[in-house]
Design a protein around this ligand. Structure first.
Ligand code: HAM
Length: 420
């Protein structure tokens, strides 16, 4: 089998059981953390006007310049599959008038994002983010809370070896002067830098700081640091964020070269890393100017996005037990309609039930029952139909007990106990 009909597009994945179960469990746990920490869910469109991302994430970023899935629709509008959730959340915050209500507005989301990246381990063209955003909160406590939510989600997955990288990249007040200082410093080094960095030099020189190419990293090792150029307010803000986190015993490391790949950030930026994974599990930060860029009032905001697939790969999250409760087997043809009806009844009573659609011998049916790993099995034949009593077999212990067919679901429920 070859060709596009039997191959998914590069960078996408099919999520089969049991990974699909683990996936849903991780989502449920994330939603539970969001419930406890006060982040109700917002469900956003998968596509938006391309301009939304061009204006916020930034024209000169990889995400927009190289990776955006944008396309004209049949009405001639330029749309884009969303590459991230922050700009759509900000758009929705404004469009739905949430900025006029009580602040802050705290939201969470779960869903696919699309980036035309070079696929490799942990990097997909469709990936899924678990994200939260806080709109209308300038206080360092909001930054600290957002970082703590990220760590809480990861800890609940049993992940150890986590580290939080933190930096501040300043605000609209102090960043322009820093940008000029950096540009001035970079100028003599330009011929030795990669093509991307040379182009970043003109458009957004900060992005040169997190270039992954070794010769650029070496050349930029001594570059002026955003932290040394912060205004008093930004410095104080950053110290308080650190103080809040350290006060709770959360170790953070300051990474002066952390600038993140999206243009909307101001002040706090952070990433959560795992010892066993090179790319980040989670990235986020403050974006105090974004809502204003969209035409709204000045609105300080902060949030994160976490890569679900990356967390799942590391966490080995256990899915809910998928072990079925019951296999109903038919000893002869006459029993089949009764088995069918009984299976429907058992399922309606909440028991995960299997039976054979028809044709297979009793032996083959019992083989299927063991392959499925069911907890109980029942064989219905002429005798059972006549007496109305069946033998319920516990497939683990082999123990057998009699139960009236009419009360089978209850008898199994009692013996099974709560499912995990
Ligand atoms: P981001 O760092 O671009 O930030 O993405 C957030 C997370 O999504 C990453 O840490 C990573 O785990 C995951 N991720 C990103 N791209 C891929 C990919 N190609 N394959 C697999 N996983 C990926 C944002 O998107 C910001 N909107 C985060 C944010 C929210 N900042 C403030 N609020």
């Amino acid at each position: 089998m070859t060709g596009v009909l039997t191959a998914r597009p590069r960078g996408t994945t099919d999520i089969l059981p049991p990974r699909s179960e683990q996936w849903r469990t991780l989502e449920e746990r994330f939603r539970e953390v969001c419930r406890i920490w006060g982040y109700p869910e917002i469900i956003l469109p998968l596509f938006e006007h391309a301009e939304l991302f061009q204006r916020t994430v930034g024209e000169a970023t990889d995400i927009v310049e190289k990776e955006l899935y944008s396309f004209p629709d049949r009405g001639g509008r330029l749309l884009a599959l969303r590459p991230e959730g922050t700009a759509p959340a900000a758009r929705a915050y404004l469009e739905n008038g949430l900025h006029k209500g009580p602040q802050p507005v705290k939201l969470s989301y779960v869903g696919p994002m699309f980036r035309y990246e070079r696929p490799q381990a942990g990097r997909y063209r469709q990936h899924t983010q678990l994200g939260i955003e806080v709109f209308g909160a300038a206080e360092p406590a909001a930054d600290a809370e957002v970082i703590l939510v990220a760590v809480e989600v990861l800890r609940r997955e049993g992940l150890e070896g986590l580290s939080v990288r933190l930096n501040s990249i300043g605000c609209a007040g102090c960043r322009p002067a820093y940008r000029e200082t950096l540009r001035h410093w970079l100028h003599p080094l330009l011929p030795g830098l990669c093509a991307d960095c040379r182009s970043r030099y003109g458009r957004n020189p900060l992005r040169t700081l997190d270039c992954k190419i070794e010769r650029c990293r070496q050349a930029l090792g001594q570059a002026p640091r955003t932290l040394d150029a912060l205004c008093d307010e930004c410095r104080e803000h950053f110290q308080e964020v650190q103080g809040r986190l350290e006060g709770l015993g959360l170790p953070v490391t300051i990474h002066p070269d952390l600038v993140r790949g999206l243009d909307y950030y101001t002040r706090t930026v952070f990433e959560v890393m795992h010892d066993d994974l090179e790319p980040s599990l989670c990235g986020g930060g403050r974006y105090d100017g974004l809502v204003e860029v969209l035409g709204g009032p000045p609105t300080p905001a902060v949030g994160f996005g976490m890569g679900l697939e990356r967390v799942l790969d590391l966490a080995k999250t256990q899915g809910r037990s998928t072990r079925p409760d019951l296999f109903l087997a038919a000893a002869d043809e006459e029993a089949r309609p009764r088995v069918f009806a009984l299976a429907v009844e058992a399922r309606r009573a909440g028991l995960a039930t299997h039976f054979d659609f028809g044709g297979r011998s009793l032996k083959a049916q019992m083989k299927a029952a063991s392959r499925l790993g069911v907890r109980f099995s029942v064989v219905l034949g002429q005798r059972e139909l006549e007496t109305g009593v069946a033998v319920l077999k516990n497939m683990d212990s082999g123990a057998e007990s009699e139960a009236p067919i009419a009360g089978l679901a209850g008898a199994i429920g009692e013996q099974r106990g709560p499912t995990s």
